[in-house]
Design a protein around this ligand. Structure first.
Ligand code: BES
Ligand code: MN
Ligand code: MN
Length: 459
């Protein structure tokens, strides 16, 4: 272990240089424009896995972007951990707001800034380097390790469930570890045990068959932007509750125990509001901010458009208006059912003066992972050693829908071991990973490989 930790300490700069190469490949998975770059990134990952001593490295093509696999199975009789992460990233727009180019990883202060720095290239890379530290210094790992790094997480992991079904044997393991979430705060490591699900919808409205002069026609037809905003505004009531009938029916209620646990976490609403630049927080009445973020479903309008949005003025009564609306779901809500309730409700409330189309773009399920499992206990011990601090237990508002498939298809529990930060600007300009988390993450994963065999045995 000493040699392993020394390797991490002595190679800090090398790791940054290598991560910069990984980040430099613009592996944006949405759209077709970057398909070749995504493929190039998959090959980079495969080559890197070979370099750090992984065997059976393979780039598996899918109907979308490839899945990269590699393993080291030289510890017979010891348990096997399957590490999952993603090498694809989100688009970079609005590009003007980046202080340094998104694909040129740049250190400023304690952080490394780049698209994918935290979500998820930097976090995947933490695992690569923990493995390298063992392989270079001891020629082996304390347990068997498999890695599966995909290229379609940011577009809903469309082809991954099929991949899991088709490669059950290859992916046989005792536990899954995912580093694709955040620590509670800077210097405050945490174990995440809950993720929200997602139902992503689009509403398209058509009023008159073409754009109209707003003077000649205004007053005679329902402006589709007005109709749309009336619909969208009506989806929440005065108490911040979602008005779709049946929406809350299956929601897994918070227990008193969990609410008490949330209340003990070091949280300050005023400070949080200030960090976000708002004078006042908003949300469902009767719940604290953390409850609303982690354990209550929400509905957000992600984008809304129509009519004239150029510079200056144009007096037009537009023909069309659209909105993208996503709902974050909690355990026991089913994304397909919620999508149907949404669609039915929109059609019911839409005025006859416009034509409405509702589309279900994608969805995924919420997850709760067992908190007192041997895997979580090992992760707690590893975090404590890696960061010299006892971790907290938390849930997350974001979604990693494949976690539910890991349980259903592979029968495996997942440990969510995140090294990001809540303010890391994931999906936004100036995404970063904190360097203390980057190196602390490597130490933690190195300890985890060492600890897991003890804990999993005691099952
Ligand atoms: N790493 C995130 C998920 C995440 C975000 C976990 C914040 C915990 C905290 C992941 O890459 C992501 O962005 N997921 C999407 C899922 C969607 C595309 C199905 C999300 O949450 O919007
Ligand atoms: Mn991610
Ligand atoms: Mn993401």
């Amino acid at each position: 272990m000493e040699l392993v930790l020394k390797h991490i300490e002595e190679n800090k700069q090398n790791f940054l240089d290598e991560l910069k190469e990984f980040i430099a490949i613009p592996s944006i998975s949405t759209g077709e424009e970057n398909k070749n770059e995504v493929a190039r990134c998959a090959n980079w990952v495969a080559d890197h896995l070979k370099n750090i001593g992984m065997n059976n490295v393979k780039v598996f093509p899918t109907e979308g972007h490839p899945v990269v696999y590699g393993d080291w199975l030289g510890a017979p009789g010891k348990p096997t951990v399957l590490i999952y992460g993603h090498y694809d990233v989100q688009p970079v727009d609005p590009i003007d707001l980046w202080e340094s180019p998104p694909f040129e990883a740049t250190v400023r202060g304690d952080n490394l800034y780049a698209r994918g720095a935290a979500d998820d290239k930097g976090q995947v890379f933490i695992h690569f380097k923990a493995i390298e530290a063992y392989m270079k210094n001891t020629g082996s790992l304390p347990m068997n390790v498999k890695l599966m790094i995909e290229g379609e997480e940011e577009v809903g992991s469309r082809n991954l469930p099929k991949f899991l079904r088709e490669h059950k044997d290859l992916l046989k393991a005792d536990l899954i570890v995912v580093s694709d979430s955040s620590m509670f705060a800077k210097g405050v490591p945490s174990i995440c045990y809950g993720l929200r699900g997602l139902s992503y919808m689009q509403i398209d409205l058509v009023g008159p068959k073409g754009d109209l002069h707003s003077g000649s026609f205004g007053g005679s037809v329902h402006n589709p932007i007005q109709a749309l905003t009336e619909i969208v505004a009506s989806l929440h009531d005065k108490n911040g509750k979602i008005t779709i009938p049946g929406f809350y029916k299956d929601v897994l209620a918070l227990t008193k125990k969990e609410r008490d646990a949330f209340k003990k976490l070091p949280w300050n609403d005023k400070k949080y509001a200030k960090e976000l630049g708002v004078k006042q927080l908003y949300g469902e009445k009767g719940f604290t901010t953390l409850e609303r973020l982690w354990a209550r479903p929400t509905l957000e309008c992600n984008g809304i458009w129509g009519g004239f949005t150029g510079e200056g003025a144009k007096t037009v009564l537009p023909s069309k208006a659209s909105a993208k609306i996503s709902m974050r779901l909690v355990p026991h809500q089913k994304s397909a059912k919620i999508a149907k309730l949404f669609e039915k409700h929109i059609h019911k409330i839409a005025p006859k003066s416009v034509q409405v189309t509702v589309r279900n773009l994608h969805g995924g399920e919420a997850a709760i992972t067992p908190i007192d499992s041997p895997g979580v206990k090992a992760a707690v011990a590893a975090l404590e050693k890696g960061f010299n601090k006892k971790p907290l237990y938390q849930r997350e508002g974001g979604s990693i829908p494949i976690v539910v498939d890991f349980k259903q298809i592979l029968g495996l529990d997942t440990v969510l071991l995140g090294f990001g930060l809540p303010d890391e600007n994931a999906h936004a300009p100036n995404e970063f990973i904190n360097l203390d988390n980057f190196y602390g993450g490597m130490r933690t994963v190195a300890h985890l490989f060492n600890e897991l065999p003890n804990y999993l045995k005691k099952k």
